[in-house]
Ligand binder design. Structure first.
Ligand code: ZN
Length: 254
């Protein structure tokens, strides 16, 4: 297993034992490995590992209606806030593109992300359709490959055209996506992966994945969950945090 036991416990604790054979009984603090308690009280901040969380929509842009009066713009913000806290407990600093219910342009979001020189950017969306978590990476072809129309030779990311900045990070973004996929699947959350152009992804000069939360459809070993189900959301956030933790570990080992 490449993700940490602490992160995994976090991911599984959210289900409270309701999710089939891999689920564990809810025992919030006592079941946590002592190591995770230590990191929670004494976070060791990584100066060279920045994360950017982009809570999509906001302000006049409400995003999708998710049922029961829930709006996508509110869910994306609360998810980002809770994920930021989970990362903080691992000593990882996450920058938010917005911290309140305000309009933020795609340009501003990209500027925040690129200024942070992030190792991970997650663009967070939610939808009332589908099931589980939908992961999207850019539809751009990798820089230097065919199809971009942007011949990139020795050019570094800094001088890539703004509109296709993500093209230089396609390989890393796909690796990040598979890290997220592994952690989510391990937490028994169904994952659908695709390529899409989701603003401001194409402008981001960092490994970037769009994470779209959908309700959980009932499965063979699992029961259905509304998108606003707190335990479901916690399980997703725990898995995302675990994946980012192991992404950091992988990069240290390189
Ligand atoms: Zn959205």
């Amino acid at each position: 297993m490449r993700w940490t036991e602490a992160g995994l416990a976090m991911a599984l604790a959210g289900f409270g034992g309701a999710f089939g054979q891999a689920a564990r009984p809810a025992a919030p603090q006592a079941a946590q490995p002592s190591e995770s308690m230590a990191t929670a009280t004494q976070p060791q901040t990584e100066t060279h590992f920045a994360v950017v969380l982009d809570a999509a929509h906001g302000g006049s842009d409400t995003g999708a209606r998710l049922g029961n009066g829930a709006l996508e713009k509110n869910l994306t913000l609360t998810m980002a806030e809770r994920l930021q806290e989970l990362l903080r407990q691992q000593g990882i600093v996450a920058t938010m593109t917005r911290r309140a219910d305000v309009d933020v342009s795609a340009l501003t979001r990209a500027e925040v992300a690129n200024h942070a020189q992030a190792a991970v950017c997650l663009v967070i969306h939610a939808t009332a359709t589908g099931s589980g978590v939908h992961l999207f990476t850019t539809s751009l072809a990798p820089a230097g490959g065919s199809g971009t129309g942007q011949p990139v030779t020795a050019a570094g990311p800094r001088i890539l055209p703004w509109a296709t900045a993500q093209a230089a990070y396609v390989t890393d973004s796909l690796k990040l996506e598979s890290e997220l996929d592994a952690a989510l699947v391990h937490a028994e959350i169904p994952v659908t992966m695709g390529r899409a152009s989701v603003a401001p992804m194409e402008n981001l000069a960092c490994p970037t994945v769009a994470v779209e939360l959908a309700p959980l459809a009932p499965g063979n070993t699992t029961r259905g969950r509304a998108i606003t189900d707190g335990r479901y959301e916690k399980a997703v956030e725990g898995a995302l945090a675990a994946a980012i933790g192991s992404w950091r570990t992988d990069r240290k080992e390189q």
